[in-house]
Design a protein around this ligand. Sequence first.
Ligand code: SF4
Ligand code: MG
Length: 338
Amino acid sequence: TRPLVEVRDLKMHFPIHAGLLRRQIGAVRAVDGVSFDIREGETLGLVGESGCGKSTCGRAVLRLYDITDGEIVIDGKAIGHEDQNSLRHVRPTMQMVFQDPQASLNPRMTVARIISEPLDEHTKMSGAEKRARVLELMDKVGLNPTFASRYPHEFSGGQRQRIGIARALALNPKFIVCDEPIAALDVSIQAQVVNLLEELQDELGLTYLFISHDLSMVRHIADRVAVMYLGKIAELAPRDDLYAQPLHPYTQALLSAVPEPDPAQSDNQGERIVLRGDVPSPANPPDGCNFCTRCPAVMDVCRRIDPDFREVTPGRYVACHLYDPEHGGTAPEQTGGA
Ligand code: SF4
Ligand code: MG
């Protein structure tokens, strides 16, 4: 069956203007040719350091921007180049849970109004029906329905994120982009919110794109993981394969810095890999492989030719010449997880 979400060669470039005439002198290539699928009911983790383009990617997939290039298909509908008016019809299907519940909730609106706003916009429900739906949603996300007429500031950070989740669920979406949904919360309540998201996924059959810089968290929640660097996906693999045997040198470096939950069980007991230099500017990425300025395994070809994002064993995709026989690399052994 067809995946619920299909993204092909997505590009999101932001023009840079300068001078009195505001002439365009370049572009920030925040997302620069990203492809992935997400199956119905699946969680794809999208990980990377801050500034790698993962949030922009999540927003672009939901068409919160006019994209520069590429195609996005959600639930069989191509939405990459639809105008905002035509997008109205698909908006209910796809929703977002934001990082900072404080900033994404209107402080002047009661919880009931915040949660029913999408119902006002997209349904013809009566006031009584909306009221009932709000109480049902509050109950579903673990908020006491008797608090419906309170304001966001009267809730804790974790409860505010529950309000954001209730609002995202109001229209029965199939696909939710969760953009660092727990990064702004106290560590003590992060697990509760993650557990809630997982319960809701099971109960409602939701499909998630889960964006995070936290590789330990993503290991817990994702079925497959995509690692992003400087606007591109370096590697995409089933979760267990990725953590047991990272293929891309960038993934290897990232994972070498993550504490092992159970070192005895892991193949990944190497030393921490410290990358030289800084991430280049997305306004001026290097020629060839975008990781070539920092890669411990860099070869001559890397500075000339941008590696294709290829399926190197079933279900594992890597953009790196090390695994491309055409450029002197060797295909990795199959790990069998796919
Ligand atoms: Fe490193 Fe070359 Fe692979 Fe890029 S293509 S990650 S520079 S080995
Ligand atoms: Mg971000």
